[in-house]
Ligand binder design. Structure first.
Ligand SMILES: *[C@@H]1O[C@H](CO)[C@@H](O)[C@H](O)[C@H]1NC(C)=O
Ligand SMILES: *[C@@H]1O[C@H](CO)[C@@H](O)[C@H](O)[C@H]1NC(C)=O
Length: 241
């Protein structure tokens, strides 16, 4: 009599925390007027550590991460780690996109949140939502994302623009961040969540040129549609619906 009850109690005690955590995962949407982007250690030297993306694809992805906040006029903060050493500087394209933005060059802190100037720059934006990406995913992105969660920011890690040594480390880092309430998603989802509706501004007119530069699959879909409308002819065998 006693035994089954205590087993049930034990089971309930074991399952309750997991149930509670799962139900806490509400759909938190990006609010373009309450967001700041962080570019974290996308440095030329560190770039060579990234093996979970092909170099051309990863270059595109970090440039897209830097360019997307410009489309929405969202503030952006740049930071680098010991850039006069082997980690190297940021690609010049990223620096040029964000001339005049806060740029915190850390001299030693691995976790950007350990740097007082960086913390001050983030706090000065007054924003509650943070989109970030860095090299490496398991150190520069994850450590900062976890610190930001501890400060109760809503944190979105751009999984297209964080890179690391291999897929296993990326998976572990993303699991670790998600367990702390970080949302991991790619550039297309981030841009769509910020836009919300193609009829908004920024909307179709601003996002299609951005995709034309940074998201070839969507760009060529749009171009093919354009070509079909301006000069398309159906082949005799093509279905029309
Ligand atoms: C953002 O915009 C929404 C809707 O327009 C508004 O309710 C909200 O207060 C704004 N938030 C900030 C931080 O400006
Ligand atoms: C439109 O397509 C025809 C062939 O169907 C081609 O001769 C013509 O050059 C095309 N025009 C443009 C503007 O692409």
């Amino acid at each position: 009599m006693y035994f089954p009850i205590s087993v049930l109690t034990l089971l309930a005690a074991l399952t309750l925390p997991f149930t509670a955590q799962a139900s806490d995962q509400t759909f938190t949407r990006l609010r373009k007027n309450d967001t700041v982007f962080l570019v974290v250690d996308h440095q030329l030297g560190l770039f060579s550590l990234v093996r979970d993306f092909a170099p051309d694809q990863y270059r595109n992805n970090i440039l897209a991460h830097a360019a997307l906040p410009k489309v929405f006029n969202i503030p952006t903060i740049l930071t680098t780690s010991a850039e006069t050493g082997p980690n190297g500087p940021l690609p010049r394209e990223i620096v040029e996109i964000h001339k005049g933005a806060p740029f915190i060059k850390r001299n030693g802190e691995v976790n950007a949140w350990d740097n007082a100037d960086f913390r001050a720059a983030v706090k000065a934006t007054g924003k509650k939502q943070i989109v970030l990406a860095g090299i490496t995913t398991d150190v520069c992105t994850a450590f900062l994302a976890l610190s930001l969660r501890a400060e109760e920011y809503e944190v979105f890690a751009n999984s297209d623009a964080s890179g690391t040594f291999d897929q296993r480390l990326a998976d572990e880092a993303n699991d670790r961040m998600r367990a702390a309430g970080v949302t991991t998603m790619g550039m297309f989802a981030i841009s769509m969540d910020l836009m919300r509706d193609w009829r908004n501004t920024p909307g179709t007119s601003e996002l299609l040129p951005f995709f034309d530069k940074y998201l070839t699959a969507y760009a060529f879909l749009a171009r093919a549609h354009g070509a079909a409308v301006t000069n398309g002819t159906l082949l005799p065998s093509e279905a029309t619906s």
